[in-house]
Ligand binder design. Structure first.
Ligand code: HEC
Ligand code: HEC
Ligand code: HEC
Ligand code: HEC
Ligand code: HEC
Ligand code: HEC
Ligand code: HEC
Ligand code: HEC
Length: 424
């Protein structure tokens, strides 16, 4: 069974910040720092399946694989496994959701969307309004207050390195060329570093609900934005808080791991999700989460079988084959999105023999145009030569095999899996 483990987000536990811990959201680094393993951590749900699902639509094997000729003359696929050999720039920030500035599609409610109706103050920034960098600095200790840099600072000694706020925001491909998304218009004398533009994505509603493991860290400084009044001062400088911040409630949930992340089409699957802030209580109100599955066709909400603050067990009803995303939603607050793949099940219902002809019936065999390729063969007393496959379609494979006898085992190694049966 495959699982998603975010290796790149392992807790640093640096308290107090800066730099901030890396338990929530995406590790504060550049796409180029993500190694193959880090891509796989989020895309663990059967990377070949993710790609091979594209075969049904627009891609052929040779679009991604070179044809290799083996010493015995048979052909096979050349396999490149390192993601970044093919995905050379951040693929995420060229997606339609990113272009539409719906960053929360993947980043969850750690950010707001400019068009989701969240409120942004219209008054001029005051002494307690956080600055994009900082409003006060202690010149002897270099400790900053009153802005994001009070806690979010780079750290080149971390592995991978933690980058500065301008660096993380300025390396998102073509997206970063659109300065006006994040900066004030200077042509009319406006301030380039206008916090109100940042608030398009970092509004009070998201900022006041970011806290790692709220239930355990409420009252402690350094684990987020609303643990202790030290955190409030990080953003608000002179403002000393004695109560909860306005709009704090359903602290944003975060997913670390989904197991299994790869599921079989048409089969109900019990999935375990681990992470944090799946449940919390603020001002006597209890907030709890449900699980949401998204794909191009829409969304499906599922109530967990069991839930506590760090684990959800949920039964996902049968889905069609395809690529999906999974997130946890708590009173409108969305976690990060985790990709999951639902693959067609390869099932042999029967294998029969008539003279030398073996007929295998079932489902999920997909297309036979790639028979003879590595791992995609019908075994009957050894691999069957391409020439002896008479027909191969999604539900029926016909093989001419003169040595076959009743009782022999037949194995279909199809694109999405394999199954065996005995010739009856
Ligand atoms: C923090 C988690 C995370 C990491 C790390 C990650 N991805 Fe993704 N990736 C996602 C999510 C979420 C999506 C969107 C899935 C959806 O639309 O349902 C996605 C989508 C994609 C897509 C499809 C884009 C499209 O056009 O729809 C590609 C390609 C991709 N990732 C490749 C990579 C590569 C290569 C790496 C390593 C450099 C990587 N990913 C690292 C989470 C991640
Ligand atoms: C969109 C790109 C793409 C297409 C199209 C594609 N593949 Fe792949 N395939 C990959 C990638 C990437 C891997 C390596 C996955 C990994 O390392 O996890 C892979 C892996 C494989 C593997 C090795 C499986 C393993 O993990 O050992 C086989 C066999 C294979 N592909 C066969 C095919 C055949 C046959 C076709 C055509 C029906 C095909 N592929 C189409 C991208 C593709
Ligand atoms: C041999 C080249 C190749 C390699 C290696 C490769 N990919 Fe891809 N991948 C493609 C192509 C081609 C597509 C389809 C076009 C696109 O969306 O960019 C694709 C699409 C994807 C998608 C989107 C699938 C969809 O439904 O649109 C994801 C996610 C993805 N790749 C992740 C990965 C990850 C993670 C790795 C490494 C483990 C990886 N890829 C390695 C070529 C490759
Ligand atoms: C399809 C999913 C997806 C969408 C949509 C998306 N991101 Fe990302 N983002 C990722 C993934 C995965 C990473 C890490 C790998 C990478 O950089 O590609 C990332 C990394 C980042 C980082 C650096 C990491 C950090 O914590 O500082 C920033 C900044 C960022 N994205 C901003 C944005 C902005 C702004 C938008 C909307 C305009 C957006 N993203 C939309 C998936 C997405
Ligand atoms: C008092 C310290 C402090 C200040 C000031 C601060 N943050 Fe944070 N922030 C944190 C901590 C701690 C986390 C949780 C990090 C973790 O565990 O991943 C966090 C997490 C976040 C996250 C969630 C995603 C991620 O990368 O972890 C966003 C988005 C964020 N902060 C934005 C901001 C913005 C925008 C500002 C300035 C307006 C700001 N922060 C100021 C301490 C601070
Ligand atoms: C996705 C958001 C985003 C985009 C797009 C963006 N920036 Fe920035 N920029 C930031 C952030 C965040 C900072 C850090 C602010 C701070 O520390 O006060 C920053 C800082 C700056 C600074 C201050 C100097 C520095 O590097 O610290 C300048 C100048 C700047 N940006 C110019 C630009 C220009 C020019 C563009 C367009 C080509 C652009 N930015 C696009 C987010 C963005
Ligand atoms: C278009 C949306 C958008 C705008 C505008 C924007 N950011 Fe961000 N910001 C993001 C996203 C997305 C992340 C990554 C959240 C995550 O880690 O999942 C992020 C993360 C952050 C973080 C947390 C540290 C980190 O790198 O994750 C800080 C601090 C931050 N932004 C500051 C700023 C400042 C200052 C501005 C204005 C100059 C700004 N942002 C403008 C989308 C935006
Ligand atoms: C990550 C930065 C950040 C942190 C940390 C933070 N806030 Fe805020 N807070 C904001 C922003 C941004 C606003 C909007 C004010 C503005 O733009 O002028 C705001 C607004 C407020 C307001 C004014 C309410 C309104 O809607 O006008 C109060 C009161 C407040 N915060 C209290 C707190 C308290 C109490 C804490 C600590 C428990 C806290 N804040 C922590 C960023 C933060």
């Amino acid at each position: 069974m495959l699982i998603v483990v975010l290796t790149i987000g392992v807790a640093l536990a640096i308290v107090p910040p800066p730099p901030a811990n890396q338990d929530l959201g995406i590790y504060d680094t550049l796409c180029a720092e993500f190694a193959e393993d880090d891509c796989r951590a989020c895309h663990s749900s059967g990377v070949p399946d993710t790609h091979h699902m594209l075969v049904q639509t627009s891609y052929g094997c040779t679009d991604c694989h070179q044809v290799m000729t083996n010493p015995d003359g048979s052909t096979g696929v050349g396999i490149i496994r390192n993601c970044v050999e093919c995905h050379v720039t951040s693929p995420h920030h060229e997606t339609q959701e990113a272009v539409d500035r719906h960053c929360s599609y993947c980043h969850g409610s750690f950010v707001d969307d400019y068009d989701d109706g969240h409120s942004i103050p219209t008054y001029a920034p005051s002494l307690i309004t956080p600055d994009t960098s900082y409003t006060a600095i202690d010149n002897t200790t270099d400790k900053k207050w009153g802005g994001c840099e009070a806690c979010h600072e780079p750290d080149s000694t971390s592995v991978p390195p933690i980058y500065s706020n301008p660096e993380t925001h300025h390396n998102l491909g073509t997206l970063s060329l659109d300065c006006g998304i994040c900066h004030g218009d200077t042509s009319d004398g406006g301030n380039l570093l206008d916090i109100r533009k940042c608030e398009d994505c970092h509004g009070t509603i998201s900022l006041h609900n970011i806290q790692y493991d709220y239930t355990s860290t409420k009252g402690e400084l350094g684990y987020g934005h609303v643990g202790d009044s030290w955190d409030c001062a990080g953003c608000h400088a002179w403002y000393v808080a004695y109560s909860d911040a306005p709009q704090t409630g359903p602290i944003i949930p975060s997913i670390d791991e989904v197991s299994p992340a790869s599921m079989l089409a048409g089969v109900e699957t019990v999935v375990t999700i681990t992470g944090d802030n799946f449940e919390n209580t603020v001002n006597g109100i209890n907030y709890t989460s449900e699980v949401v599955i998204v794909n191009d066709a829409g969304t499906m909400n599922v109530t967990p079988d069991s839930i506590n603050t760090s684990e959800i067990v949920v039964t996902i009803s049968a889905l069609d084959a395809g690529n999906y995303g999974l997130r946890v939603v708590k009173s409108g607050m969305e976690s990060n999105l985790v990709p999951i793949v639902v693959v067609p099940q390869v099932t042999i219902d029967s294998a029969t023999l008539r003279r030398s002809i073996v007929t295998i019936r079932g489902s999920g065999f997909s297309d036979g145009s790639y028979n003879g390729w590595l791992d995609v063969t019908v075994n009957c007393e050894g691999s069957v030569l391409e020439s002896s496959i008479v027909n191969w379609d999604d539900t029926r494979i016909v093989v001419d095999c003169s040595s076959a006898a009743a009782g022999d085992e037949v194995t279909v190694n199809a694109l999405h899996g394999s199954d065996s049966a005995t010739i009856g």
